[in-house]
Design a protein around this ligand. Structure first.
Ligand SMILES: Cc1ncc(COP(=O)(O)O)c(C=O)c1O
Length: 368
């Protein structure tokens, strides 16, 4: 594949990657964990990791906290704090899980952060799982660096660390093929590869899918062009959303990848609490009729951040969504009155939207 995994071809290790049906992120914890053990994760993680990782394995997840004060970057004290917290809860720490690029932030980990992670797991003797499913969405300016690239450049003789770093990937995001259910695990640990190979028999990729993908991915010219065009379009969509939100007085965390923006709506909250965040989320859902994800669903402890997806809709729909948000911010005074919202202006907003084409056919249907 002509995606960004240049460093993953390690000639010293054979069979170090294995292909299987998706949810690759679930597999390594399943193979490497026992109930009671713990996996850290970078606090801002994709919404469904709790479901993907905890339910079947019995592992506990201890979030590593990060906040807007440093652009939600990973720091050494935050890593150490999470480790200490896990130990204080009598949990045996098995590994650290990160997504790079991040869902929900839409940012790539810097080389400094990646170094920090490798040094940390080296010191603690634990595993590192890097979920790089958005690697091909990086539209700049900062470049994507795979954990395997960092590992290759480091002098880590006799640490055994190479066997403790695993990378997961799938075609769902970069190639826009979530329905194909094709993912991969890259690991130098033969026990991981062997267990993965055995488990893959429960979720084999169909021959037809393999045949189609093999033709598609071996066409280097096509994949290169596809990924480049995808990045170009994501960049333009991202700029469109950021510009639109800015006009509505809302800023976003500076980002360079992913299919979403991390929107800062702290100023729209009635109070700086997670309850107020849920209140705002419900208003955005019920009144503005947009479904965005509250930060708390990604374990963000700082209220007022929301993940806004921009890639799974037409440009026209995105424009409409921006317009709705802009109008609602202008019209209703989020959080300015004691109830959080002005009823009068909310009614105005509903009346205004009801006459438009995109007014609520479903809610009208429900009222019958
Ligand atoms: C960071 C991350 N990892 C893994 C997945 C799972 O993707 P899939 O199972 O569709 O390949 C997602 C999907 O949202 C994701 O955001």
């Amino acid at each position: 594949m002509t995606l960004s995994f240049k460093a993953t071809r390690d000639s010293r290790v054979e069979n170090s990657s294995t292909l299987w049906d998706c949810k690759s992120t679930r597999r390594i914890p399943m193979m490497k964990s026992t109930p009671g053990s713990v996996l850290f994760r970078w606090v801002l993680q994709k919404i469904r990791f709790d479901r993907d990782l905890k339910w079947r394995t019995g592992v506990e997840i201890v979030p590593i906290q990060s906040t807007s004060s440093n652009g939600f970057r990973i720091t050494a004290p935050a890593l150490e704090e999470a480790f200490q917290l896990a130990q204080a809860c009598n949990l045996k720490v098995k590994g650290l899980l990160v997504t790079n690029p991040s869902n929900p932030l839409g940012t790539t980990l810097s080389r400094k952060e990646l170094d920090l992670l490798v040094n940390f797991i080296n010191k603690k003797g634990i595993h590192l799982i890097s979920d790089e499913i958005y690697a091909g969405t990086v539209f700049g300016p900062a470049k994507f660096v795979s954990i395997m690239e960092v590992l290759q450049k480091k002098i880590l003789a006799n640490t055994g660390i190479r066997n403790r770093v695993h990378m997961v990937y799938s075609l769902s995001k970069d190639m826009g093929l979530p329905g194909f259910r094709v993912g991969a695990i890259y690991s130098n640990d033969q026990s991981v590869v062997s267990a993965a190979t055995k488990m893959s028999s429960f979720g084999l990729v169909s021959s037809q899918t393999q045949c189609l993908l093999s033709a598609m991915l071996s066409d280097k010219k096509f994949t290169k062009k596809y990924v480049a065009e995808n990045k170009k379009r994501l960049k333009s969509r991202h700029a469109m959303l950021v510009r639109g939100l800015k006009m509505a007085g809302i800023s976003c965390l500076e980002s360079n990848s992913g299919l979403f923006c991390w929107m800062d709506a702290r100023h729209l909250l009635r109070s700086q609490t997670l309850e107020a965040e849920m209140e705002l989320w419900k208003k955005i859902r019920d009144v503005v009729r947009l479904n965005i994800s509250p930060g708390s669903s990604c374990h963000c402890v700082e209220p007022g951040w929301f993940r806004v997806c921009f890639a799974n809709m037409s440009e026209e729909t995105l424009n409409l969504a921006i317009q709705r948000l802009k109008t609602s911010v202008d019209t209703i005074s989020f959080g300015k009155d004691s109830n959080g919202f002005s009823h009068k202006s909310t009614e105005n907003l509903i009346t205004k939207y009801s006459v438009s084409k995109w007014a609520f056919p479903l809610s009208r249907y429900n009222e019958r």
